[in-house]
Design a protein around this ligand. Sequence first.
Ligand code: NAI
Length: 476
Amino acid sequence: MSKHFDVAVIGAGPAGYVAAIRAAQLGFSVACVEQWKTPKGDAALGGTCLNVGCIPSKALLESSENYEKVTEKFADHGITVGKVEFDVAKMIARKESVVTKNTKGIEFLFRKNKVTWLKGHGKLAGKSEGGYAIDVSGDAGETVTAKHVIIATGSKARHLPDVPVDNKVICDNEGALSLSAVPKKLGVIGAGVIGLELGSVWRRLGADVTVLEALPSFLAACDEAVAKEAWKIFTKEQGLKINLSVKIGDIVQAKNGVTVFYTDAEGKAQRLECDKLIVSIGRIPNTDNLGLDSVGLKADERGFIPVDGHCRTSVANIFAVGDVVRGPMLAHKGEEEGVMAAELIAGQAGHVNYDTIPWVIYTSPEIAWVGKTEQQLKKDGVAYKVGSFPFSANGRALSQGEPQGFVKVLADERTDRILGVHVLHAHASEQIAEAVLAMEFMAASEDVGRTCHAHPSLSEVMKEAMLGTDKRSIHI
Ligand code: NAI
């Protein structure tokens, strides 16, 4: 007899493991199939985010920022240090221990919630009595059945055609998080979130970084005011070289590095010689070898599993969540969808508000936003007002030596409802939470502007920007 579960989740990244835990909390018997193996060969939960994405990149961001603080910022505080050195191997080892703490934490949560971890590749194997069958590869190789299935198989790095990624010289996110030494010259293809975050890490440690981006505009998804200021900071102040409107040609790997041939914005032939190359040109959903056809499902032409606004597929009792479905490829979006799917299975009113999903780019300073950009509002013909407030006018930001950036608020001209909030600052990822909450509660900018914020704190900048929509900021 095969094991039967109320709910089987395929994939234990943030969307899948959260769905599994929530389903278990709701009283279901739950299995979660996960095939991930660490480079040492150990099975691990957490998917891309915990193993080779969000978490390890933040660990390295912190290490490289600490180094830059010591070398460039401590002197301002009257702190003199002797010769400053860093040890890449130790940074990478620390990053790995941070990852392990996180992935082991999910194992603990699975045990606590009695979620059964099925180690191996999960593949749908058609309908079965009482639901669906799932073949689980791996050492034990077994077939289980489940009444409800949540597909949360995530995504993988998109590579350039005919450019093999060896994760030693030509890297995607995985290799870029495990370099054993700082490259002298680092090339990055794609000025998106991964390219900018990882490009910044290695630049801070001394690499000469050149980013090649196909699009003519920088950070096209951001509010233009933020993109413009970020461009100035990253290129002029920090020395990141970013070339827009490039067309990548041949990429030739030699023994000691790689040459990227490309045409620049003027159409001139150029070449970039580098020791290492990061290819960060987006991600593609993991729908291969998933047995979708066995249950009557089909991925769309881009590989995504079609779902409705509640992550239901076209097949009864099968949901799909996270990077494998439409919408931004963000861990927290997947988590919300995982919770929604589990709650809908339980007959509850699971729901995700896609209009209030925050975006964060972990550069230094960070970029975070929620809701509409000014250019979107203009395009949609919405009448709006703007409030903006710089961190350079905030006492706490000045004390911390982090005066760069601003908060920009867009509110409806007539109703004052907050439509979008954009933050450029060292700690933007934390500050955006207040704006998300305000928008979730459909607040007017006046609601936040009249809310008492602690002094001195960075949060006062949010309040002042909200007051700014009515031209009543106090400190500017
Ligand atoms: P991305 O979609 O953010 O950026 C890819 C960039 O590459 C785009 O600007 C695109 O125009 C450019 N590009 C595409 N093809 C190109 C070519 N042939 N030549 C030159 N440029 C080219 O993708 P990225 O950075 O790879 O990240 C993948 C996903 O992972 C994103 O969807 C993101 O949401 C998610 N992610 C989120 C993070 C966060 O929330 N902070 C961190 C890391 C990843």
